[in-house]
Design a protein around this ligand. Structure first.
Ligand code: TPP
Length: 562
């Protein structure tokens, strides 16, 4: 028996067929036929955000937690352009987000119609794939393909633009097979594994640098086993954090601009770097010409275009991180690297304390960890607090640290935490933001209230756009131009939304506020009045090498050369 459906109904059917059950979106003229059909499909939960940027970040947060595609929906024109920052964020961090946008009717395309934007053109450089569906006969497969492309190989965002009249047109429904939008990963290549195994056996000062690829391929066990079999210490990049337990004796810390001094020194002294699922970006390497000069590099990457892009690879192994680590594990000679580890231990130094008061990030993050009994997911925003959250929270469980690493998108944490919280309802999800980034997407508290999403929000309020202020202090002679930032009364803001709200001014108040927020069944907001001019140490100045850290307050202002 044939069944005739509208484009909108087909879109809903295909989403369900492919296992999608959650959408973040916002309606408008060109996507109205879809929203008209939506109530007929109760299997599709729709979360009405307060800004389309938040829909993209929420879909991203959901995708990072589940490994499945997160889906967001927007109307044409301003709705679609509001998704752009979220798509660019997902693109830079390789997360599978599928955006569905309404478009003006086909007959009006190219005429500057009301709310017409060439969203395909705009998003081409920040999506893996984008398609304008010009024929209803192509719609179902376009959506199936979008969901598959987003997750297969190196994940990334995909956009499907659907003109209003295509949503309204009718055709026969032809069901397809669920591709599950959790595609199988490519198999381990018959790559120069033997050469990598030889380099690992010969190295005297080897390091593993683990990136986002560990998390994307769920290579946690393989990474741990390889590290334990070889005794090679493990460095986790910002996006690699929570890919390897920080309680493990082989865990060294984070590299790069705000990495620990001993980690960066170890990199500079290493004779072999086994880089897994990372792109050696500039925040990790510092001055490339001076990066790990004495090291051979084995680069394990799913995306062949990453190999040799930033750092020359002695051996490139293209494929899924988990498969390749398994293959290496089967071949490597057991060893323990004892001398080298002792040498690194000698490079360690006490953590630089820049906090004078007792309300330090360490106290706050320690309280969150303790109150949650170690079971919580942390989503951070961008700035100084992001670095403290990366460095000071003891991540022990896989994939429990989520942040915008590549694009560094302020405003990411609150909406991404909504997606993460819906994907992980059994544990607290904390969004940790600065007072700047929080104000970029705090309107989403209304979404949390309407949809019952219990995100726990922490605002590290220092009265500044702190990270930029730090750069101004260090490199611009303390000229605090446009960085002091006023905030509303967050406790009253919480009250206005009808959620739990608390302000914390002293260390002694932290535990109670954090426990109260976790115990409260709904969304909660805790403002921490942290020291205003605290800095993140150490810091490699932009353009400098990993061997040139600033380890404490600069005595005299340093000026950036013109
Ligand atoms: C959307 C966006 N705009 C601007 C920036 C540049 N930027 C990076 S960190 C930062 C300051 C962040 O301040 P805040 O959110 O208060 O966090 P803090 O650094 O104080 O912890 C700014 C403006 C950015 N990363 N993203």
């Amino acid at each position: 028996m044939t069944e005739t459906l509208s484009g909108s109904q087909i879109l809903c059917r295909v989403l369900l067929e492919q296992g999608v059950d959650l959408l973040f979106g916002y309606p408008g003229g060109a996507i109205m036929p879809f929203y008209h059909a939506l109530p007929e499909y109760p299997g599709l939960r729709h979360v009405l955000v307060r800004h389309e940027q938040a829909a993209a970040h929420a879909a991203d947060g959901y995708a990072r937690v589940t490994g499945r595609a997160g889906v967001c929906v927007a109307t044409s024109g301003p709705g679609a352009t509001n998704l752009v920052t979220g798509l660019a964020t997902a693109h830079m961090d390789s997360t599978p987000v599928v955006a569905i946008t309404g478009q003006v009717p086909r007959a009006m395309l190219g005429r500057d119609a009301f709310q017409e934007t060439d969203i395909i053109g705009i998003t081409q450089p920040i999506t893996k794939h984008s398609v304008l569906v010009e024929d209803i006969e192509d719609l179902a497969d376009a959506v199936r393909q979008a969901l598959a492309i987003a997750v297969e190989g190196r994940p990334g965002p995909v956009l499907v633009d659907i003109p209003k009249d295509v949503q309204q047109a009718k055709t026969e429904w032809r069901g397809g097979r669920a591709n599950g939008h959790t595609a199988p990963r490519p198999r381990c290549p018959a790559a120069p594994l033997a050469e990598a195994v030889r380099l690992i056996a010969e190295a005297e000062r080897p390091l593993i640098m683990a990136g986002h690829g560990i998390i994307l391929s769920c290579a946690y066990e393989e990474l741990r086993a390889l590290a334990e079999r070889t005794g090679i210490p493990v460095i986790t990049t910002l996006l690699g954090i929570s890919g390897f337990s920080e309680a493990h004796p082989l865990h060294l810390g984070m590299p790069g601009m705000h990495g620990e001094v001993h980690v960066n020194r170890a990199i500079q002294q290493a004779d072999l770097i086994l880089g897994v699922g990372l792109r050696f970006d500039d925040r990790v390497t510092g001055n490339l010409a001076a990066f790990a000069r004495g090291a051979k590099v084995i680069h394990v990457e799913l995306d062949p275009s990453e190999i040799g892009k930033n750092v020359a690879a002695t051996v490139g192994l293209v494929g899924d991180a988990r498969e390749i680590l398994r293959a290496l594990l089967a071949e490597v000679t057991p060893r323990d690297c004892e001398e080298w580890r002792a040498e690194i231990a000698g490079l360690m130094r006490p953590r630089q304390q820049s906090f004078r008061g007792d309300l330090s990030p360490e106290t706050i993050l320690g309280a969150i960890d303790e109150a949650a009994g170690g079971r919580c997911t942390i989503v951070s925003d961008v700035g100084q607090h992001q670095m403290w959250v990366a460095k000071l929270y003891p991540y022990r469980r896989p994939n429990t640290h989520i942040t915008s690493g590549g694009l560094g998108t302020m405003g990411f944490a609150v909406p991404a935490a909504m997606g993460a919280a819906l994907a992980r309802p059994d544990e607290p999800v904390w969004a940790i933001s600065g007072d700047g980034g929080f104000q970029m997407n705090m309107q989403e508290i209304a979404t949390m209230v309407q949809e019952g999403i219990p995100v726990k929000m922490a605002v590290f309020n220092n009265g500044y756009l702190g990270m930029v202020r730090q750069w101004q202090q260090f490199f611009h002679g303390r000229r605090y131009s446009a960085t002091p930032i006023w905030s509303p009364d967050y406790v009253r803001l919480a009250e206005a939304y009808g959620i739990f709200g608390r302000r914390v001014e002293r260390g002694a108040e932290v535990d109670d506020a954090v426990r109260g927020a976790i115990a409260h069944p709904g969304p909660a907001l805790v403002e921490f009045m942290i020291e205003q001019e605290a800095n993140v140490f150490p810091m490699i100045p932009p353009g400098a090498s990993l061997s040139e850290p600033i380890e404490g307050e600069p005595a005299a202002p340093r000026l950036v050369p013109a």
